[in-house]
Design a protein around this ligand. Structure first.
Ligand SMILES: Cc1cc2nc3c(=O)[nH]c(=O)nc-3n(C[C@H](O)[C@H](O)[C@H](O)COP(=O)(O)OP(=O)(O)OC[C@H]3O[C@@H](n4cnc5c(N)ncnc54)[C@H](O)[C@@H]3O)c2cc1C
Length: 427
């Protein structure tokens, strides 16, 4: 079959790899200049590896990405990384049952209750039932109000903002179920992993059009798509089947002929965007070696501070220490219109509370933003997932909204790409 794939993120690349391996003629269209989608990396002078625009790692039980890495011969680095929590000005490691038992701000009975609740959730196989309940209502009753309010509530609020009361317990179950203390990262970064995958697709006869924005998809006898390529040049391509992996709101924009009821249903799926301020420092920021710091302080505008080089060695980045300050936000949030200097000014007093000397060590900053980063897994989400088939004949949608109950991630993008490839071959 002649198959067009829209989007060179990991869903599109995984589908392209599987289908090209099975002998289909694949063409991938990507609006950006590089592959990788939300996991794409950028380079700086004298860096050996690229760095993701948004913090990325995966878990050691993420079997789809691990299997694919093995198949394409891409080395994966696995390391124990330290996750901590900032509460009342104190950083406490909080990433294992033993660390929880040592946590200073709860009584022994409160720690024990939280530990037992998390263990019960983690090993509970009946997650489907959890999709009927709101996480924020059930969790304080299970693990105790004090512990929930201190550790989890600030994280829920920071991650989901105005949607915090809607989030399904199934989503939280999946987070707890999957978490591993050892984390994994592809050698060279996710961009190198994506580029390695692109090369394998090319070896199988696949073609890529980068810098090519799909502006219209239609389907009559054949599925067709229209691109605007370099220099604004418009071209039309015809395929037996088209797989669209872009976020649902973009799919709605580029397919004007969709029926109204489908548009309404798909349009109901909510999401948040993300901003990522990256600080490049001469010296470490989180001096206790923490990789991931959850900020659970009510007055702080920080959500998480992630020191990538407390996970991957700084020597790959010209010995720079790389810090992410990430946020999930509605598209209309003022941070989207701010400059990196505005944001640093806002965060500076809170960053100084963590490391008072960091400013002296600042070499540079990067700022990235995306309008789509996190689907809102509201109660009953399992029933809201759109089918792969769309009302347009031979046009299929497989995107981040199809990942459930797991939180979106590269592992699930790869699984999704494989699933949609299988569906198309059997249709
Ligand atoms: C802040 C943040 C942190 C994350 N952390 C992690 C993590 O630690 N671990 C992890 O595994 N995952 C993480 N993820 C999630 C992970 O990046 C995604 O789940 C995954 O990359 C999604 O892949 P995808 O191919 O489904 O979608 P995308 O990556 O969104 O790919 C869609 C592609 O379509 C392209 N496109 C859009 N419109 C058009 C158009 N009109 N024409 C042509 N092309 C178009 C886009 O440019 C993009 O390349 C994180 C994401 C964010 C935002």
């Amino acid at each position: 079959m002649k198959i067009g794939i829209v989007g060179a993120g990991l869903t599109g690349l995984s589908a392209a790899y599987k289908l090209s391996k099975n002998g289909h003629k694949i063409t991938v269209f990507e609006t950006e200049v590089k592959a990788g989608g939300l996991a794409v990396g950028f380079d700086e002078k004298n860096w050996e590896w690229s760095l993701e625009k948004y913090y990325h790692h995966f878990f050691i039980n993420d079997k789809f990405i691990l299997q694919l890495a093995k198949e394409i011969n891409h080395k994966v680095i696995i390391k124990r990384s330290k996750t901590s929590t900032l509460i009342n000005g104190t950083i406490s490691q909080l990433d294992s049952p033993i660390a929880l038992m040592k946590f200073p701000f709860l009584t022994f009975a409160q720690r024990l209750r939280m530990g037992i609740s998390l263990a019960l959730l983690r090993y509970d196989p009946i997650w489907r039932l959890f999709d009927r309940f709101r996480a924020i209502e059930v969790l304080p009753k299970m693990m105790g109000k004090k512990g929930f309010e201190m550790i989890w509530e600030p994280l829920f609020k920071a991650k989901f903002g105005k949607y915090v009361n809607e989030i399904s317990l199934a989503w939280f179950w999946a987070r707890i179920r999957k978490r591993t203390s050892f984390l994994a990262y592809p050698e060279g970064g996710f961009l190198m992993f994506a580029e390695n995958l692109c090369q394998k697709i090319r070896d199988n006869g696949g073609k890529f059009y980068f810098n090519s924005k799909i502006v219209k998809i239609n389907s009559k006898e054949k599925a067709t798509l229209e691109i605007i390529g370099k220099g604004g040049k418009k071209s039309t391509f015809k395929f037996d089947k088209i797989i669209v992996t872009v976020p649902s709101f973009i799919f709605l924009k580029i397919t004007p002929s969709l029926p109204l009821n489908y548009k309404k249903k798909l349009g109901r799926l909510k999401s948040l965007g993300s901003t990522s301020l990256i600080l490049r420092l001469k010296k470490t920021f989180l001096e206790d070696g923490t990789y991931w710091l959850n900020v659970c302080e009510k007055e702080s505008p920080l959500m998480a501070v992630v020191e990538h080089t407390n996970f991957m060695d700084k020597s790959y980045y010209n010995n720079e220490h790389l810090i992410y300050i990430g946020h999930y936000l509605s598209e209309d949030h003022p941070y989207f219109t701010k400059t990196k200097n505005d944001l640093l000014k806002k965060f500076d007093p809170y960053l100084k509370k963590i490391n008072k000397n960091y400013r002296k060590n600042l070499i540079g900053m990067e700022f990235f933003k995306t309008p789509f980063a996190q689907p809102i897994m509201s109660v009953g989400y399992g029933k809201k997932i759109p089918p792969f088939e769309t009302p347009l004949k031979n046009v299929y949608l497989a995107n981040i909204d199809h990942v459930f109950p797991w939180d979106r991630g590269t592992n699930y993008a790869i699984e999704l790409g494989q699933k949609i490839a299988k569906r198309i071959e059997s249709s």
